[in-house]
Every structure is written in C-alpha cells, then in structure tokens.
Design a protein around this ligand. Structure first.
Ligand code: GLU
Length: 477
C-alpha cells in the first residue's frame, strides 16, 4: 500500500513535471501556466434505479487548452476523485504533445463500480452523465473529446455518441464527439487493441537500440524475454498476447485482483483470458499455471521486463527497492510514484514512461477523430489503386522472366503479400508504429543529447513541455 506521506497522484505528476522543467528556459510564469490544471467540473446527478433515486458524482477536468479539442478518457471506478482526474488530465496534455496528436489534455471519471449495475442501468447512468457534460460543451467534437479508460469501453462510447447526436441533431460532425466507438457506430479498426499494440511497438523500438538495451542490463531482442504483467484488462491482455504470440517473449506471471498465476514456460494469454471470462473475472484454479493469492508480490518477481497495466501508485516507496526487473514499461497511467521513481533510478532500472508507453490509445483515437471529420474510411479510395500498381509490377516481372527464359518464379507468399492493398487496420497499425518510433527517437535524442537528462521520463517531459511552450508562445502568451 502507498503510504500517506507520499505525494498524491497529482502532486507526483507535478513533481515529475518540475524535475524536467528545470532543464527548459520557459520564462517567468510560463512553467506555472503549463503545469496547473485549467478547470475541473464536478457534477452530482440523480438517476432513478430500482425504485429509488441514486446520486452519482462525476468529473471532467481540462488541464490544458493550448490545442483544442482537449482529449482524454472517462474512467468508471469507485476510486475516482478530483486529484486523480486532474493528474490523469495533465498526463494527457504531455502524452498528446509527445506523440504529436493535436489535442490539449483532459480526463473524466465517474465514482461507480460498473459491476454493480446491469447493462440497462449503466446506459441510463452513462446517458445522464453525458447529458450533463454535453450541455456544458465538456463533450463536443471541436472542444472536448472523451474516450474509453478503466471501466469503460466501446459500449459506453456508443451511448455517449448517440446522446450527443440526439442533443445536436444538425451537427454533421457529431460522431467525432467521442472516440473508441465500435466500428459499426463510427469507430475505427484497431482502436480496442491500440494501447497494447502501442506498447508492443514501443518495446520493439527500444530493442532496436542496443545501447539503450544495455542500459537496462539486457541484451538481444524481445525473443525469449521473461515478462511479468500486472492487470489483464484491455491493455494488459493485448500487450501480453502480442508480445508472447508475435515476438516470442514469455509471460511468466500475470497478476490480477484475486492473485497471480505463474508459469516458467510462459502463460497462454488467450486461455487465461477465456478462463477469467468463464469464472467471473477470477484467475484462481487456471489450469495453465500455478496460482497464488499474493497478487502484489508479482511486481517483485525476477524477470526481464515488468509491465504494470493496472492502476496508479502500485510501485511506491514501500516496495520499489524490492523490484527486480531491470526494465519497466508503464502501461497504466502513473503506476510508479515520484518517490519510487527515484529509488528505481538509483537502482539502475530503466523505465519507459507512461506518457510515451501507453500513448497508442490516444494516437488511434486521433485517427478515429480524423476519420469521423472526413466522413470516409481510411484506404477506401486508394486500396484497389495500390493493388493495381503492384499487379502491374508482378505481371511485368513475370513477362520479363518468360521472354528471356530466366525461369524466375515469385514465391506465392511474396506475391500474395505484395499484391495486397492496405485496408483500414493495416493503415492504423502503420500510423501507430510510425508514431511510436518517432516519439521514441525524439525522447532518445534528448536523453543522450542534453546535459543532466538522466532518464527517459525526464526526456519525455522535456520534449512535451517544450512543444506545449512553443504553442503558447506562438499564441502570444
Ligand atoms: N484513456 C486513454 C489514455 O489514458 C485514451 C485517451 C484517448 O484516447 O483520448 O490515454
């Protein structure tokens, strides 16, 4: 447990910001202007459920409007509070700047345990919450665009979009008021997997730089790396699956609410997820591994890569010294407190920070928003034209081979891949991969190239704050 003498989540983000801002010459007042949260709206609303009125508390915080719309998810959890929403909104500002999505930062939350309500009740609650935010322009395609976060997903986003369109019947861009919608309701292919996919691309990029890998006292590539994942929600599930199935890594432990399962030979992530789905979310008795009730102890297991994908503050001053992983990639927002960050750095642990690592979600949200505004699916115009060009090339090669009796034949696998035009999913993945690589390289340049920048988190903040500051300056502020 995080102890009371550690800074709050928001204070932790502030401290990380300040540590980096020292390396930038922002000029008087600008540092403070960027750091503070612009506004937080609290709403308490009633919904008639099961014969009585229940009152709910929700928030939408806007951290920075240096670019609009502002962007960030809506979280459903009992632990939601103002401090948390403000910390998460600030992280969104820095995240968007780092991966160059043209948004300011925002975040919302509703104090609710979604498991306590059935689908119809959740729809009523979500629509009412959305109504309160929409009428204040806190949901609006040009001003504030929410997305899924912990406890919400495609279903909730579809309700929010529909609510907005009911209240703004003539807004032709209404669908762009929220991202993370299901594809049949204006969403985009690849959004659900996006954060996990982005984490995979981030790790792939990290392992392309042997110098960086050596700083984490590791060598080689992702193949065979032993990984511990905390949290098998949407993000944890996708990253664990991609790394194990596509990159040859071994997921040696997964921690969940009720405990952890370990398997030295690597867990079958799809089987584990199917087990959870059939057992009310529990990993207990999973036949493909050994169960223990000590969920938090998973963080302290020996491994090559630790992926906290659950909640903020799980690595704190109380357990940081016992972490054995030489490389941590923050899938959750704020899983490492400011104090723990310091301890881990002293221990030589390399941390790939949240504002970079989990930015895949908002990156694909950006693609979805652009798709909604352009009213056309990516690839619709060019896919077949691309295929026709490739076919010309293949036919010409085959003709040359025949004419000159060269006896060349193209392998069927090559031919099939080469002839395939890019559909929306392929384009989304390509855009995401490019984004993750480019952002890593921007961080890395600062990490190696600037005196006094000790770690990737500081480098990430320096890049982001520098970009936000430039926008402010060009606005004359
Ligand atoms: N909730 C996600 C995050 O923390 C996604 C935000 C978005 O897509 O706007 O980054």
């Amino acid at each position: 447990m995080i102890s009371a003498d550690e800074p709050s989540f928001r204070e932790s983000v502030d401290l990380m910001f300040r540590r980096a801002a020292r390396h930038l010459e922002l000029g008087p007042g600008l540092e403070e202007k960027i750091r503070v949260c612009n506004s937080t709206y609290t709403v308490r609303f009633g919904v008639r459920l099961r014969g009585q009125i229940q009152t709910f508390t929700g928030y939408r915080s806007v951290h920075s409007e240096h670019m609009e719309p502002v962007k960030g998810g809506i979280r459903y959890a009992l632990s939601v509070n103002q401090d948390e929403v403000e910390a998460l909104a600030a992280l969104m500002t820095y995240k968007c700047a780092l991966v160059e999505t043209p948004f300011g930062g925002s975040k919302g939350g509703l104090c609710i345990d979604p498991r306590d309500y059935d689908e119809h009740e959740l729809e009523q609650i979500t629509r009412r919450f959305a109504y309160e935010l929409i009428k204040r322009d806190l949901i609006n395609p040009a001003q504030n665009v929410p997305a899924p976060d912990m406890g919400t997903g495609e279903r909730e986003m579809a309700w929010i979009a529909d609510q907005y369109m009911r209240m703004n019947t003539t807004d032709i861009n209404g669908k762009a008021c929220v991202t993370g919608k299901p594809p049949h309701a204006g969403g985009i292919q690849g959004r659900v997997e996006a954060t996990g996919r982005g984490l995979q691309y981030a790790l792939q990029e990290f392992f392309r730089h042997p110098q960086d890998v050596a700083r984490a006292r590791l060598s080689g590539g992702l193949d065979g790396k032993r990984i511990v994942v905390q949290g098998l929600g949407n993000v944890g599930y996708h990253v664990a699956k991609f790394l194990s199935v596509e990159d040859g890594a071994k997921i040696v432990a997964v921690a969940e609410r009720d405990g952890m399962v370990t398997n030295d030979r690597g867990l079958d992530i799809d089987a584990l997820q199917a087990w959870m789905a059939g057992n009310k979310g529990s990993i207990r008795d999973f036949p493909g591994g050994t169960f223990s009730e000590e969920s938090a102890a998973a963080l302290e297991l020996p491994c090559d890569i630790l992926i906290p994908a659950a909640h903020e503050g799980v690595i704190h001053r109380g357990n940081a010294a016992r972490i054995q992983a030489p490389l941590i990639i923050e899938a959750a927002n704020g899983p490492i407190t400011f104090g723990a960050d310091e301890i881990l750095r002293q221990m030589g642990c390399v941390i790939i920070p949240d504002l970079y690592a989990n930015a895949g979600g908002v990156t694909v949200s950006y693609f979805e928003w652009v798709k909604n505004l352009s009213h056309i699916r990516f690839g619709r115009m060019q896919r077949r034209a691309e295929e026709a060009r490739s076919r010309l090339m293949v036919e010409e090669l085959e003709r040359l081979s025949d004419d000159r009796h060269l006896g060349w034949t193209l392998s069927p696998d090559f031919k099939q891949k080469f002839l395939m035009g890019s559909d929306e999913l392929a384009l989304v993945r390509s855009g995401l991969d490019d984004t993750m690589r480019t952002a890593y390289q921007a961080m890395r340049e600062v990490w190696y190239g600037t005196e006094g920048i000790e770690d990737l988190r500081m480098a990430a903040y320096v890049v982001s704050i520098g970009r936000v500051a430039k926008t402010y300056k060009s606005k004359g502020l």
